[in-house]
Design a protein around this ligand. Structure first.
Ligand SMILES: [Zn+2]
Length: 445
């Protein structure tokens, strides 16, 4: 519901590939899947062994209908074969190496050939062009540069378009806002919680994001978020905000992106083959059913992945061609990660469900925290919520009615009793990286 600063135009970066018919997409996928199986069979000891165990030869896979014969690849496979066990090309062909954050144990490695980097930049260029970025734009990349794929991924895509790229990376929030204003930034990308923080900081600095900044298109991703947060961001900056999806294991951002229809994220289906499976049984689920996203990289050379289990929960949307003219399959927003799911008194809760409720409620500020504790034998769920500055008059206890309204909305949505605690505006911790939304203080799980 954002007030767009001038309407964004639907545009194409690679018109031919982006406008493939559903039938052509399938043909391209069949051909590339056959090529992929042949390549990993020849180039990757890891996959050759896995395929042989299943009696699959280099020419056994004829089309995407055979996909289910292929084994899954998991994050554990990547860890077990750290660092370069999944390479499918000679090491001399690798020109870039990134890793995932890897908070515990070995990080997961992602290696790129020159062609992988070209395709990656073109995928990002497609995403940005689709959401209104042109050579005229000043594009601020407010994502970590370095081993994280976000910064460099967007950098090269935006540069390929010919936009004026400002590699401001993360941190130094006031400086970020100053650059945005002084350089007339018209487009930026960041993680959503940080985009909110940037908007708040601008206001604190006396800068009205809608009037004093020229931002007309924003893309956000790399952490779970909700359409409620999108609405807040669109109101804050007065422009359209788009959801970006990718993960380092399959190459980084640029896997899927919203178009200006804002009706699901287009997966670039000539490069990525997507499935949704039941995470328990591994069985494929039809469009409209929620499950775990599984991605096969059709074009990657250096480190292709077959049926990679992303642990992200989403669904495939109906297969019709979108109003933007693209038939590339659309997925829903990511509901959460199987890893993020919190089990409370037997009920599965995704932090994004809580966010979804909160961000639509008037009086709720930009920051919240979910705390899970054990009281006796019982799990206790507490949600700490910052209120907005306009309703806070110095005493939180004056806001009893708001607190009760939030708790009944949350209890309805989750089917779970919980405690709501209000907090003063600006009092919960801010992160210049990904927001820490969940504190699970239960002793053993
Ligand atoms: Zn579309």
């Amino acid at each position: 519901m954002g007030r767009a600063k001038g309407a964004l135009k639907n545009a194409f970066w690679e018109p031919e590939a982006e406008r493939l018919s559903p039938k052509r997409i399938k043909e391209v996928q069949n051909e590339r899947l056959r090529g992929l199986v042949r390549r990993v069979y020849e180039g990757s000891a890891f996959y050759r062994k896995l395929l042989r165990e299943r009696g699959i030869g280099p020419d056994s896979i004829r089309s995407i209908e055979d996909l289910e014969k292929l084994p899954f690849t998991t994050k554990e496979d990547l860890r077990d074969n750290y660092p370069f066990g999944l390479l499918a090309v000679p090491f001399s062909k690798v020109v870039r190496i990134h890793t995932s954050s890897g908070t515990t144990g070995n990080p997961t490695v992602v290696a790129y050939s020159r062609r992988d980097l070209e395709i990656w930049a073109n995928c990002i260029a497609r995403c940005l062009t689709m959401t209104g970025v042109t050579p005229e734009d000043v594009f601020q990349v407010i994502l970590g540069y370095g081993l994280f794929t976000g910064g460099l991924g967007f950098h090269y895509g935006a540069e390929l378009i010919g936009a004026k790229v400002l590699p401001s990376s993360t941190g130094g929030t006031k400086r970020q806002v100053k650059l945005m204003k002084d350089f007339g930034v018209t487009a930026f990308t960041s993680i959503p919680s940080y985009a909110l923080y940037l908007g708040e900081t601008a206001i604190e600095m006396g800068i009205n994001p809608q009037k004093d900044l020229r931002v007309k298109t924003i893309s956000c991703g790399a952490e779970p978020w909700s359409e409620g947060t999108r609405d807040k961001l669109e109101d804050l900056f007065g422009c359209m905000v788009f959801n970006s999806y990718g993960l380092s294991e399959v190459g980084g951002p640029g896997v899927a992106f919203e178009c200006i229809a804002q009706d699901g994220l287009h997966v670039w289906s000539d490069h990525f083959l997507i499935e949704v499976i039941d995470p328990k049984t591994g069985e494929a689920l039809p469009p409209g059913e929620e499950g775990e996203l599984v991605i096969t990289t059709l074009s990657r050379e250096a480190m292709p992945l077959i049926r990679y289990r992303t642990r992200d929960i989403a669904m495939i949307l109906d297969d019709d061609v979108c109003e933007c003219g693209r038939a590339h399959r659309r997925i829903s927003w990511i509901k959460g990660r199987t890893d993020d799911m919190i089990k409370i008194r037997g009920v599965n809760v995704f932090p994004s469900q809580i966010e979804h409720v909160l961000m639509r409620m008037p009086g709720v500020g930009n920051n919240y925290q979910i705390v899970v504790e054990k009281k006796g034998h019982m799990d206790e769920l507490k949600v700490r919520i910052e209120v907005t500055g306009d309703i806070f008059k110095g005493e939180l206890k004056d806001l009893v009615e708001l607190r009760e309204r939030i708790s009944s909305e949350l209890e309805n949505a989750l089917g779970l009793r919980l405690t709501v605690e209000l907090a003063e505006p600006g009092s919960l911790p801010r992160a210049e990286g990904k927001a820490v939304r969940v504190l699970d203080r239960r002793p053993e799980r």
